[in-house]
Design a binder for this molecule. Structure first.
Ligand SMILES: N[C@@H](CCC(=O)N[C@@H](CS)C(=O)NCC(=O)O)C(=O)O
Length: 218
């Protein structure tokens, strides 16, 4: 049985969304981030990334991690690609070329989108969104995102999804871009991207995993 380690309030939400879309059975081990706990080693502390049992699974001490038989993976997008290929049906590749396109979108999400989108998330999370410093950080991050957003905007013209159907590619790119959504102006010049984000987030499986995320402690 496939096992996913990681709470919904983490990048584990990426494979967890994919699994909700595909209806694949799995075991969920809700490991939380050690930095969210006052003392991750206190007696009775919830399962967390600093515990020896988890470090034996992912020595990086980060979630998500995945076990599938003898295979253990970290890196949320690698986990998504593995699940999509093996269990995803139409969410995964139908051919070698399809697999290559999905890998392209994974790397696009990880390198062109996430590093800048997460700057926006951290700025908002630190309560700086409405300060001149925070506004400056978010504006610069949005400028860095303008080129990948323009690429997405053109690609999504006349298309519902990144590929010819909803797939793991949409999950990976949407989840990385979502980090930037707390900056209101981010998508103003990109209506196709805004429409596509809304469609991704309106999916029943997304709504289901989002409700589970909201039910977890902040
Ligand atoms: N590139 C990794 C990043 C993993 C990551 O940073 N996970 C966070 C939670 S979203 C974490 O476990 N942080 C705990 C820590 O770094 O100590 C991935 O996509 O899986």
């Amino acid at each position: 049985m496939l096992t996913i380690y990681g709470v919904y309030r983490s990048r584990a939400i990426r494979p967890l969304w994919l699994l909700a879309e595909s209806g694949t059975p799995f075991t969920h081990v809700p490991v939380t981030q050690a930095y969210r706990l006052a003392d991750p080693h206190a007696p009775g502390a919830p399962l967390n990334t600093a515990m020896a049992d988890f470090l034996a699974v992912n020595p990086l001490g980060q979630v998500p991690a995945m076990r599938d038989g003898a295979l253990v993976l970290s890196e949320s997008l690698a986990i998504c690609l593995h699940i999509a290929r093996k269990f995803g049906g139409k969410l995964g590749p139908a051919s070698d070329d399809d697999a290559s396109v999905m890998e392209q979108w994974a790397l696009f999400a990880a390198t062109a989108v996430e590093p800048y989108a997460i700057e926006i998330l951290y700025t908002a999370r630190d309560g700086l969104a409405n300060t001149p410093t925070g506004e400056g950080i978010m504006r610069v991050a949005a400028e860095k995102l303008a080129r990948p957003l323009a690429r997405l905007e053109g690609h999504l013209a006349g298309r519902d999804w990144l590929m010819d159907r909803f797939s793991v590619a949409d999950i990976m790119v949407e989840e990385c871009l979502r980090y930037g959504q707390s900056y209101g102006p981010l998508l103003e010049a990109f209506p196709n991207v805004a429409r596509w984000m809304a469609a991704c987030q309106a999916r029943p499986a997304f709504q289901e995993i989002w409700a589970k995320r909201m039910a977890e402690p902040e």
